[in-house]
Design a binder for this molecule. Structure first.
Ligand SMILES: [Zn+2]
Length: 430
């Protein structure tokens, strides 16, 4: 299908921008009438907001504010625009640190979620003919619930794969001839690993499309290629947040992510100054959702680090393109001996080696200096080469250690492959 047919509404960036800001103003008027949280935050703002220049007059919304609002206004805080009895969907953030933030949606806001996810399917070429298998244990975390709803709304058969072992999931995929798989990139790799150990032929199965979310792996070329080689299927990346919505997806070009600009306004800022960064620079992604009237977020600091680009993607989609996808998390960046390190830069290198089955990153201190160590499971043969490539690419000496098979944990949800032991001086390292 041609891209023009996929995105008929917006012929030019100009049209899209007018559409976005028209919707933003509608949302703001409604929110100021009905939402106590934003009534307080946006007191005295001037209308209308005509473009990105005016947008900077609005304050940012921080995750910490949402957390404090819930703490102070139990049980769910004040960021709701309808009576609580109108809400039908409950989710919470997966939260690696701190208390999870609870987020609810009305029927209409949940339909909006589905609409956003349908864009993900469209971009991945998924149609009503497909059978989707979701290899994920459903719980209150929003992950894949939107994909489940949208899959049914598109007309696909959707198989929930919760409450099953990895092997059971593989048999389920084969026996039901699933064509689309939804899971985290780590878990797609794990499924492939277990398939190989058990002689389950997934490469020649009916699987043709894998949509990954929850971690950035789908946009890391070495990770994506490893999944594709194992499955004989094409990988698409998707990114969303409980608080914000399902905002981004990759395309046939596989070079990064598009932000669904019909439903979100995206800005890229310097996290220190709050100003927009220049083209080509890295910064924090700030998003505003335009259609989630039940739970609006204005200029939300996502903590996702992206590259600001005004270039167009070769697929023909006009939506804003983030080259390389999410390149890191603001809160995951560490400074080791003066060098900024994101765990996923390390992952990108480690995954270039077929001889690595699983790995773990450890930050620690030795003689008062910060150090990085990578544990990996796999082949001894690649040890020197891996160590050399890490040093070359990161510009930093990295310790590497081969560990025994199956001692490192595997992950179904968000991977926890990083251990920061720099401030636990008295704890033994291993
Ligand atoms: Zn594209």
């Amino acid at each position: 299908m041609e891209a023009a047919a996929l995105y008929p509404l917006y012929e030019t960036k100009m049209d899209l921008k007018s559409y976005q800001f028209q919707r933003l103003n509608q949302l703001l008027v409604f929110t100021l009438q009905n939402n106590e949280f934003y009534q307080e935050k946006l007191k005295g703002i001037r209308f209308p907001i005509r473009g990105y220049e005016d947008l900077t007059d609005l304050p940012f919304t921080f995750k910490q504010e949402l957390a404090e609002d819930q703490e102070n206004n139990k049980p769910v805080g004040k960021n709701y625009s309808y009576p609580l009895s109108s809400y039908v969907e409950f989710h919470q953030t997966s939260g690696t640190t701190g208390k999870p933030i609870r987020v609810m949606d009305t029927k209409e806001s949940w339909e909006w979620w589905s609409k956003c996810w349908q864009e993900v399917y469209k971009s991945s070429g998924v149609t009503a003919e497909d059978t989707i298998f979701i290899a994920f244990s459903f719980g209150p975390f929003v992950g894949f619930w939107g994909g489940y709803q949208a899959g049914k709304d598109v007309g696909c058969l959707v198989i929930p794969g919760g409450g099953q072992s990895t092997k059971q999931r593989l048999y389920n995929i084969i026996e039901n001839q699933a064509t689309v798989l939804l899971c985290t990139p780590s878990y797609a790799l794990h499924l492939a690993e277990v398939a190989e150990q058990n002689d389950i032929d997934i490469y020649n199965s009916s699987m043709k499309t894998i949509i990954t979310a929850g971690e950035p792996g789908g946009s890391i070329p070495s990770v994506r290629e490893k999944i594709e080689a194992g499955w004989g299927a094409k990988v698409f990346d998707h990114v969303g947040m409980t608080e914000m919505g399902a905002y981004g997806f990759s395309c046939s070009e596989q070079k990064g992510l598009h932000v669904n600009e019909s439903e979100f306004i995206a800005e890229v800022i310097n996290p220190e100054t709050g100003h927009h960064v220049r083209e080509g620079e890295r910064g924090e992604l700030v998003l505003t959702n335009l259609g989630r009237y039940g739970y609006p977020l204005i200029r939300y600091r996502t903590g996702d680090v992206v590259v600001h680009s005004m270039g167009k993607c070769g697929c023909g989609n006009h939506y804003r393109f983030l080259p390389g996808g999410i390149v890191g998390r603001q809160d995951e960046m560490v400074v080791i001996r003066g060098t900024n390190i994101f765990p996923q830069s390390i992952e990108a290198i480690v995954r270039e080696f077929n001889g690595v089955n699983e790995f773990r990153i450890i930050y620690y201190q030795e003689n008062g200096m910060d150090q990085v160590k990578v544990h990996y499971e796999g082949e001894q043969l690649i040890f020197e080469e891996l160590k050399a490539l890490l040093r070359e690419r990161l510009g930093l000496r990295v310790d590497v250690e081969l560990v025994e098979d199956n001692v490192l944990p595997r992950f179904e949800l968000k991977s926890r492959r990083v251990e920061d032991r720099r401030y636990e001086m008295n704890k033994p390292l291993f």
